[in-house]
Design a binder for this molecule. Structure first.
Ligand code: SIN
Ligand code: FE2
Length: 221
């Protein structure tokens, strides 16, 4: 082969890079990034949920959240009438939150790196379960001790519209469709952006059933 032929051959090879969509200066959607991890991820999720089952928590204002929650890792995010906070113990079982499975940690770290955040060390994974109709109102993640680390948010199951807003609740949000296996990562100048999830539409996901599961990885301390 002469050099010209070689070049032509190289050009015809499809790029095998994961699809990375930029939604903010330091914010990305990594399409399908979690799919190759699912075989390890789902059994690990089952084990976490056996120890710390989903429950509906109450906001300080007295509203029951429509998304059911659990956590793993050193710190679990909780809410009740007295406020939002990270706790080392599951308030329901009084036991420490289940350890973060290594596959969770590795996936979160790989996704952060793919989005330009090296050496992400999450110590908390909030697990949200949405059934059709459940939603998450616009909010900022700001119960963490520092905002230096990014947030890594994994979507599984039914699709959702992820709202990615500005730095005030009233600012216009982008509507980002997220599907089974997608990961959204935001940090740096975007770390305190408002975000939320529109009500989940009725449906059945072939692998996950009639629900959407979200993992939110954060460095709490
Ligand atoms: C959250 O912000 O806690 C959850 C976001 C999501 O479910 O995509
Ligand atoms: Fe959040």
């Amino acid at each position: 082969m002469n050099p010209t032929t070689l070049d032509l051959f190289a050009d015809s090879e499809p790029e095998q890079q994961p699809r990375r969509e930029q939604i903010g200066e330091r914010s990305y959607v990594l399409r399908g990034f979690a799919l190759p991890w699912l075989e390890r991820l789902l059994p690990a999720l089952e084990a976490v949920l056996a120890a710390a089952p989903f429950r509906h928590m109450v906001t300080p204002g007295g509203f029951t959240m429509s998304a059911a929650m659990s956590s793993c890792g050193t710190w679990g995010w909780t809410t009740d009438r007295s406020g939002y906070r990270y706790s080392r113990h599951d308030p329901q079982t009084l036991a420490p939150w289940p350890d973060m499975p290594s596959v969770f940690f590795e996936l979160a770290q790989a996704a952060a790196l793919e989005a330009g955040f090296a050496a992400f060390v999450p110590d908390s994974c909030l697990i949200n379960r949405y059934i059709p109709g459940a939603k998450m109102s616009l909010h900022q993640d700001k119960d963490e001790a520092s905002y230096a680390a990014p947030i890594v948010s994994v979507s599984l199951g039914l699709p959702a519209v992820f709202l990615f807003g500005g730095f005030e609740r009233s600012h216009k949000s982008q509507r980002v469709p997220v599907f089974h296996g997608d990961i959204v990562v935001w940090g740096g100048v975007d770390r305190l952006r408002y975000h939320g999830v529109l009500p989940i539409k009725e449906g059945r996901h072939p692998q996950m059933g009639e629900q959407r599961i979200n993992f939110t990885f954060r460095t709490a301390q």
